[in-house]
Design a protein around this ligand. Sequence first.
Ligand code: C2E
Ligand code: CA
Ligand code: CA
Length: 649
Amino acid sequence: MNSPFSWDIVSLMIVAIVFFATIFKHMTEGQENRSFLAFQVSVFFMAVFDLVSEILNRNPVDEPWWLPAAYITTYLFFIIRHLVNVIYLLYIISIAGIRFKLYRTVHRVLILMPYVTIVMMILSNLFSGEMFTITFEEGYKRGDGILYIYLFGWIYSAIGLYYLVRIRHYIDLHKWIILILMYVMALAVMAWQGLHEGLLVEMLAYALALLLNHLLVLRPEEILDVNVDMYSWRYYREHLRHCEIAGHPLKIVVIRYFNTPEVRSIFGEKNYNSYMRDLAKRIRGFLKNKKEVYTLFYGPVGCVCIAFDDMAYDEGPLMRFLLDKFEELRKDELCLASIMQFKYAVVRFLVDIRHAESMMGFTVRFPSFIPLQQECIEQKDFESNSSFKLRNHINSIINRALNDNNFEMYYQPIYDLRSDTFATAEALIRLNDPKYGFVPPALFIREAENCGLIKPIGDFVLESVHEFLSSIRQEDLGVRYVEINLSVHQCTHIGLADYITGLGKKYEVPPEMVNLEITESVNAVNPEAFMENMGRLVEMGYSFALDDYGTGFSNVARLLKMPLKIVKIDKSVIDTIGDERSMSVVENTVRMMHGIGLEVVCEGVETKEQVMKLKNIGCDYIQGYFYSKPLPRDEYVRFLKKHKEAKSD
Ligand code: C2E
Ligand code: CA
Ligand code: CA
């Protein structure tokens, strides 16, 4: 490294490599990537002009072109050198998710003003020569004026630092450090520059900053789903979070393929991925020459989301284009594209749906919110549908309920056909919000699971049922046990067994009085943790019931592995027993369950005929509105007393 230009050449090479890697990995879409690309390009030109001007300034040639060439390249270097600062600031603003602020002309002007001043100061050197001079005899000579320009340039660094401090809590620490590092390096380089004339190390500092940013801030493996050539699910969440915190609304078109598991198993992963890649290409093709800023995300369950920065974007033409294409593909003979089924939604993020986590949940599940024949969800649906409104505010409703104790436990009596008593009950949670009224548990339990609030709710349920059981005299009321629903997250929580046994001791409730309801979906999440919890609890004397039997892919082998006591046949199955063939399925199910030593509860029984039929086929317990709706605890106790008295009369 003898030549004074070696570092410049190395820097240029680093910049070029990063540039190729960026293009090669398709990291060119979306705000952050675009501003990073702009940053690369500006650093590249800065390095080029630095190198050329250095060469010229250090090797005076006695030719008429030399002086103008040296001056021009040096001016260009300074002008680009300060532009780099502006672009780096824009990059940080993009990372902070507040790029939209620059849509206002005032803000654009404010951001550009210091730069315009700097450029004018640089150009004033043409007349004053206060910044630098270049002469044949002495080459490049720095003047005092240059210092003022650098100081002025620090306005951008100051704004950048201000934003970095503000976004500190919502980006990873290592990314944050690297973003800050750029300024630390700039300071170090300035100090170096004060001591040594010549800007050679500066270029290397910039190149290294670029490399670090490329490797560690915009990590493609984190944000890009290479199988389908779209941004990843993880990045979708990050993007939404940024926009939520920054208050930046988006218009998001979600295409949700709801039969992906079947399609993938029939046609294979490779064909499925190539279909998705093709779709991405088509969307990009359509949006290519339009000025909209958008990002294309993919969720592994079959969600394609196009997030537009501009809320006013009219998605009509795009959707018509895609729907026509889909229609065309469907006409083909049997192929993957012809059997893909989807619904789509157009969401104004922060207006229709306010929180990133709710948006994530919505993206996956919205097809189940609408009737089968409805193809899409649009603005008018959000405005007219109260359950969407509830979903929108569900986070604040749950938080309020936890703070103000708006939860209450209800008990639905379960009828024991053999002993002709209401020997058991299911505990069901109720949420009465002061603003929105009754919020169905089916809605908030799922949402609470998504936003990490299920633990305190689950703890409340367990504690309040234990408290209730300790307050009643079970011999008087004839209650053998109460069934408590466990959410998937609770089931796989390591502390569950200890927590429940602790409550049993605290409230002196024997384990036999508690039956825990689980669903098959626990196996999909973390079967090991769950089996461990279950094993320990069964050992202590607690029993388990499998809920909602007949709704999932009921797997008998798995059923046999679990130490269950009860199986609950879901209402949707019971609803069909009017039909003879269904009835025969239920009959055989009951026989099979008895065969493997399980008791059977039929849920959602509403009529006398249903009761008679289920009694005839040997079902053990009946739960449903026919006997009683879920009741508040006092009413439940009265209900039990009344029935006990009626029986003894
Ligand atoms: P699930 O565990 O299947 O509870 C049975 C649901 O069926 C209850 O709805 C109950 O009110 C309803 N039901 C019972 N009999 C009839 C009937 O004859 N006709 C009709 N139409 N419905 C009947 P609910 O209380 O709205 O609860 C819905 C779901 O929310 C529950 O389904 C359960 O998955 C969840 N959930 C409720 N409470 C809790 C809880 O404390 N913890 C957890 N983790 N989940 C809960
Ligand atoms: Ca249940
Ligand atoms: Ca159930």
